[in-house]
Design a protein around this ligand. Structure first.
Ligand code: FAD
Length: 346
């Protein structure tokens, strides 16, 4: 593609929101191109391979009440669902999403990792990975996207599907062109996102199995969750725990060297569970600067802003449906695509 070639619709972000939108548009006969900065697909619905063993290091399991979302997460081909995970929950601390445990909420993990869901949504889509969009501008033929490589692409419709602060940055150059974009940018600037520092820890064979699948400690100032990740795997080679820190503690340590906060989180998990937890054989850290939407800050629907001569800018992501999380991300993308299809400009 050259700078002068115009695409029908470009989706920025291959998380659940962007893929849900692109999937629905493709099913309706449109030709979305998905661009995403990461090496993998799924964004915060993320699975790492530790010596080949899947490890979920963003959201640990999928959950929801919307019938279409529930049907979608149960129909992922090439994945082995683990309905109801986590069944063995310990601790009375607050889950990342308390409504995951509401009686009507379906819960599910996959033996292959949670990224099986976004990968399934992406299966028929044209996705360009490791492609970061740095700037948007209004052009004569559509919305022009300048990539980190310097290449320019143009879309008649463009969807931003990412964390609120990331979308806000991309909106800045367009505020001169549209009062609606300006209002959207101001709104996003007011809405926060919660960070989470995460440690994946693998242990040598023979290590005792923890009695829980998920621990929500009620007496920790550091840890929000400890997931017994290897309890989701078919024949795990290693016992793997995933430690995720509380938002306030994470924010205070975002700029601390990872080896320092990793040690603190392992020591805390050792205090809560057993001394062996302090000494894993392999670790990996991840700093989620924008892990989750701040509960109560979500908007009720995705944005669809007309720009110039029939071009449209859509904004989706977990922030754009009540409740946040994967369900809101999926709903926002699915609904935005529906609105775009209903109101296609002539
Ligand atoms: C630690 C943690 C715990 C969580 N716990 C839960 C939970 O219990 N329940 C729940 O439902 N949810 C939970 N979540 C939240 C859930 O993972 C997210 O709500 C959901 O995955 C967000 O999907 P999204 O598509 O909106 O955004 P993302 O998944 O962030 O996808 C956006 C994608 O866009 C890419 N991108 C951003 N900017 C650009 C750019 N300029 N150019 C190109 N690409 C770009 C990003 O790299 C990313 O791949 C948790 C998340 C984390 C991190």
């Amino acid at each position: 593609m050259t700078a002068h070639e115009v695409r029908d619709v470009i989706v920025v972000g291959a998380g659940v929101a962007g893929l849900a939108a692109a999937h629905r548009l493709k099913e309706a006969g449109r030709a979305p191109l998905v661009l995403t900065s990461g090496r993998g697909i799924g964004g915060r619905c993320a699975t790492w391979r530790l010596d080949g063993q899947p490890v979920d290091y963003g959201v640990g399991f999928l959950h929801g009440v919307d019938p279409e979302l529930v049907a979608a997460i149960h129909s992922v081909g090439d994945a082995t669902p683990i309905p109801g995970w986590p069944r063995h929950v310990e601790g009375r601390g607050t889950p990342c999403q308390p409504r995951a445990f509401a009686p009507q909420s379906a819960r599910l993990a996959y033996a292959e990792g949670v990224s099986a869901f976004p990968k399934w949504l992406a299966r028929d889509l044209e996705v360009r990975r490791q492609t970061t969009v740095e700037r948007l501008a209004l052009g004569d033929a559509g919305i022009v996207l300048t990539l980190a490589s310097g290449e320019q692409l143009c879309g008649r419709d463009v969807i931003l599907a990412m964390a609120g602060p990331q979308a806000e940055t991309l909106l800045v150059p367009l505020v001169e062109d549209s009062d609606e974009v300006d209002a959207a940018r101001r709104l996003l600037a007011m809405l926060g996102a919660l960070p989470s520092l995460t440690v994946m820890a693998a242990y040598d064979p023979g290590t005792p199995e923890p009695p829980f699948e998920m621990l929500y400690p009620e007496d920790s100032a550091l840890l929000q969750t400890v997931a017994h990740d290897s309890s989701k795997r078919k024949a795990p080679r290693a016992l793997v725990l995933v430690l995720q820190a509380l938002p306030r503690w994470s924010r205070a340590h975002l700029d601390t060297p990872p080896e320092t906060w990793e040690r603190m989180l392992l020591d805390e998990a050792g205090r809560l569970i057993a001394p062996w937890v302090r000494a894993p054989s392999v670790t990996r850290t991840h700093r989620w600067k924008w892990a989750r939407v701040d509960a109560g800050c979500e908007l009720s629907q995705p944005l669809l802003i007309p720009l110039g001569a029939g071009f449209r800018l859509g904004v989706a992501g977990e922030l754009f449906a009540p409740g946040g999380g994967v369900e809101a991300a999926w709903l926002s993308g699915h609904r935005l695509a529906g609105r775009m299809l209903e109101s296609r400009p002539s």
